[in-house]
Design a protein around this ligand. Structure first.
Ligand SMILES: Cc1cc2nc3c(=O)[nH]c(=O)nc-3n(C[C@H](O)[C@H](O)[C@H](O)COP(=O)(O)OP(=O)(O)OC[C@H]3O[C@@H](n4cnc5c(N)ncnc54)[C@H](O)[C@@H]3O)c2cc1C
Ligand code: FES
Length: 278
């Protein structure tokens, strides 16, 4: 196996100040963070950081902002348990710890010049927002862009203000859908995968970025393969329990792969034979 070489900074925690907090839904907040001394995070879309909430613990969270914004970065966090609930209680001006960025994100160099189909389900929009904003920052470098976003219901939808802007753009096709319609929802109802047959794509030049709960991956991949999208052009982010973030503890291991280092973004061709991946 390839020897893992850690950079000095892999274990060192950088201090981050919470610049602002936005309540997005009942259970998700968006945190804007600045590193001490004006340091840049220098992440790639799809990478994650290990966030220390002092006195509570350390957790992996995807970076949700575009790398083009260097002064600060965003983390969209769902209150799920001890660490995330403690993070949700912090205020602007409070300090957290940051290690990373870690892992392999979306391969921007390969995506450039191609069409993108971005499929987000629920909290999957958090890491994909980083890719979406980056692509908008460098719009001329990419071909056609389709974004499909599925959520349990309208109250769970993230980044609503930005979605309004994305809908207005004429260089992006955006479509959203909910599993359960509420009286305020006039849009489509069903699973996000049901939107795939309705879009016009050229499979040979389309790369798919798919992030959502594991249950969405199998039906989505089935639809994409039926549209002749090549397996290696389907990019999926896998979420596993993580402790070290740097390929040492084995918590995130799937057979020979470490999600924290070899992923979290993988192409389907590379992991399709790993039963545990799905
Ligand atoms: C690469 C990566 C990126 C992530 N990005 C985000 C993000 O952008 N925003 C966000 O809100 N969350 C994200 N998560 C999930 C986040 O790390 C967990 O919600 C967090 O660790 C829960 O910690 P806790 O102490 O609050 O809850 P705990 O008490 O530890 O857990 C609460 C519940 O969440 C489940 N859980 C814990 N960790 C994970 C995990 N890694 N994957 C799936 N379920 C988990 C537990 O099984 C339990 O049911 C990411 C996870 C990974 C691995
Ligand atoms: S989180 Fe420790 S090996 Fe991946």
């Amino acid at each position: 196996m390839e020897k893992i070489i850690l950079k000095d900074s892999a274990y060192s925690i950088k201090k981050g100040t919470i610049l602002g907090i936005k309540q997005m839904t009942e259970s998700e907040k968006l945190f804007e963070i600045a590193l001490e001394g004006g340091k840049r995070l220098d992440h790639e879309p799809g990478q994650f950081v290990m966030v220390s909430v002092f006195g509570a613990g350390e957790i992996p969270i995807s970076v949700s902002s575009s790398p083009a914004n260097n002064d600060s970065f965003d983390l969209c966090v769902r209150a799920a348990g001890k660490v995330t609930n403690t993070l949700h209680k912090l205020k602007a001006g409070d300090m957290i710890g940051i290690r990373g960025p870690f892992g392999k994100g979306f391969p921007i160099g390969i995506l450039k010049g191609n069409d993108l189909l971005i499929i987000a389900c629920g909290l999957g929009l958090a890491p994909l927002r980083s890719l979406i904003r980056f692509v908008f920052d460098k719009r001329q470098d990419f071909g056609k862009i389709h974004i499909l976003y599925g959520c349990r219901n309208s109250a769970n939808m993230l980044f609503l203000d930005e979605i309004k802007e994305w809908r207005k753009r004429n260089d992006v096709y955006f479509e959203s859908i909910v599993d359960q319609a509420t009286p305020d929802w006039a849009g489509k109802v069903g699973l996000v995968t049901t939107l795939i047959p309705g879009i016009q794509i050229d499979p040979d030049r389309t790369f798919v970025a798919l992030v959502g709960p594991p249950a969405v991956y199998k039906p989505a991949i089935k639809e994409l393969l039926s549209r002749n999208v090549p397996e290696r052009q389907i990019l999926i982010s896998l979420e596993r329990h993580m402790k070290c973030g740097v390929g040492k503890c084995g918590h995130c291991q799937i057979q020979h792969l470490y999600c924290c280092q070899d992923g979290p973004v993988f192409n389907y061709e590379a992991i399709k034979h790993l039963k545990e991946a799905f």
